[in-house]
Ligand binder design. Structure first.
Ligand code: B12
Length: 298
C-alpha cells in the first residue's frame, strides 16, 4: 500500500495510529488488509497533504470520504508528489496571464483545468489562480488600461473551477445531506475565492450548496433555516459589503458560521456568538470545515 500511494510505510503506520486511517481490524504483528474504503481514504489523505492541508484536517476529510462511499474511488489520482518547481509554476501563471491578455478565455480555462487535474484545487488556486488574478489586476492599476483581460480571466477561472465534480456515482451535487452552505454577502460580486472553496470541498468529498454572489440577508437566513447546515460560509471581499450584524442572524440558523474574505478583517469575534469564526486562506477554511463536518479526529 505504501508503494501504491508513494509514501513511507512509517507514514502509513503513523496515520493509522494518529488518525485512525487504515484497516480497522488490524492486529499487532499481523498483515494489514486494506479495504476499498481504506484505499479511498488514504488516496485522499495523500492528495490533501500534498496540497498543504494540515494532516489532522486532511485526515478528517479523508475519513469522511472513506465512510461516505467505500465503493466509488474518489476523483484523485496517485500523483500527490511535489507540485512542480517554482519555474514551471511561473510558466503556467505567465501562460494564463498572456492568454488573458490575448482575450483567449479557452486557453485560460484549459491551462487552469490541466493544473487542476494534475495538482488539485488548493494548489491550483494558491499557485496559479491567485498570482494570475493579482498580476492582471496590477497591470490595470499600473497602466490604467481596460479590465477586459481581467474579465476574460475571471470567467475562465470560474469555468475551470466549476468543472470539478464528484466522481461518477457519488450522488448529485449538492447531495440532500450537504452540511455546508456558501454565499457572498449582499452587494458582493467577488465570488472567485468562494468558487475555489466550493471546488476544494467537492474534491474533498464535502460538497456544498452555493448561493452565489450578492445574497440578501433574508434569503441567506431562509436557506439556512431550511437546510440547517453544519457550517454557513459568508464571503465579503470588501469592508463596504461586510456587515457583522448578518453574522449574528446567520448564527441563529446554522450550526456555525465562517466569515471569510478580506472584508471581515478587523472583525471583533468577541462581539459575536461563539459559533462564528474566521479563516485566512483556502487551506485554513478547508481545514475548519473538514473538522466541523467530519467525525472528530482522535
Ligand atoms: C476578480 C475581481 C473582480 C471581479 C470579480 C469576479 C468574480 N466572479 O469574483 C469583478 C470584475 C466583478 C470585480 C468588481 C469590482 N471590484 Co474587484 N477585484 C477582483 C480581483 C482582481 C480579484 C478578487 C479575488 O478573487 N481575490 C482573491 C485573490 C486573487 O486575492 P489575494 O490577494 O491573492 O487573496 C487574499 C484574500 O482574498 C485571501 N484569500 C485568497 N483566496 C482565498 C480563499 C479563501 C477560501 C479564503 C478564506 C481567503 C482567501 O488571501 C489574500 C489576503 O487577503 C481583486 C484584486 C485582488 N488581487 O484581490 C479586485 C478588487 C477586490 N476589486 C476591487 C474593486 C474596487 C471592485 C469594484 C468596486 C470595481 C468597480 N469600480 O466596479 C467592483 C465591486 C463589485 C462588487 N459590488 O462586489 C478592489 C477592492 C478594493 C477594496 N479593498 O475595497 C480590488 C482589491 C482591486 C484593487 N486593486 O483595488 N472585481
Amino acid at each position: 500500500m505504501a508503494r501504491r500511494l508513494g509514501v513511507a510505510p512509517s507514514t502509513l503506520r503513523s496515520w493509522a495510529r494518529r488518525y485512525g486511517l487504515g484497516p480497522a481490524d488490524h492486529q499487532a504483528g499481523r498483515y494489514r488488509r486494506y479495504s476499498e474504503r481504506d484505499v479511498v481514504a488514504l488516496q485522499l489523505m495523500c492528495r490533501l497533504v500534498g496540497q498543504g492541508v494540515v494532516p489532522a484536517a486532511a485526515a478528517a476529510a479523508a475519513r469522511a470520504a472513506g465512510d461516505r462511499d467505500a465503493a466509488t474511488p474518489p476523483a484523485v489520482d496517485d500523483d500527490h508528489g511535489p507540485v512542480g518547481d517554482r519555474r514551471s509554476r511561473a510558466r503556467v501563471v505567465r501562460g494564463v496571464v498572456d492568454a488573458a491578455h490575448r482575450l483567449d478565455g479557452d486557453a485560460v480555462t484549459e491551462a487552469v483545468a490541466r493544473h487542476l487535474a494534475e495538482h488539485g484545487v488548493v494548489a491550483t488556486w494558491q499557485q496559479v489562480c491567485r498570482p494570475a488574478l493579482t498580476a492582471l489586476d496590477r497591470r490595470v492599476a499600473e497602466t490604467g488600461g481596460s479590465i477586459d483581460a481581467q474579465l476574460v480571466a475571471n470567467w475562465a477561472v470560474s469555468t475551470a473551477l466549476r468543472s470539478i465534480g464528484l466522481p461518477d456515482g457519488a450522488g448529485a451535487v449538492p447531495p440532500a445531506g450537504s452540511q455546508v452552505l456558501l454565499a457572498c454577502v449582499e452587494g458582493e460580486q467577488h465570488t472567485l475565492a468562494l468558487e475555489a472553496l466550493h471546488a476544494a470541498l467537492t474534491e474533498a468529498r464535502l460538497p456544498a450548496r452555493t448561493l452565489g454572489p450578492s445574497v440578501p440577508e433574508s434569503a441567506l437566513v431562509a436557506a439556512c433555516r431550511r437546510t440547517r447546515p453544519e457550517v454557513a460560509v459568508l464571503w465579503a471581499q470588501t469592508l463596504q459589503t461586510a456587515r457583522p450584524e448578518v453574522l449574528g442572524a446567520l448564527a441563529a440558523a446554522a450550526g456555525s458560521v465562517l466569515a471569510l474574505g478580506p472584508g471581515w478583517s478587523g472583525l471583533d469575534l468577541a462581539e459575536l456568538p461563539d459559533t462564528v469564526d474566521t479563516a485566512d486562506d483556502l487551506p485554513a477554511a478547508l481545514h475548519h470545515i473538514a473538522r466541523r463536518c467530519a467525525p472528530a479526529v482522535s
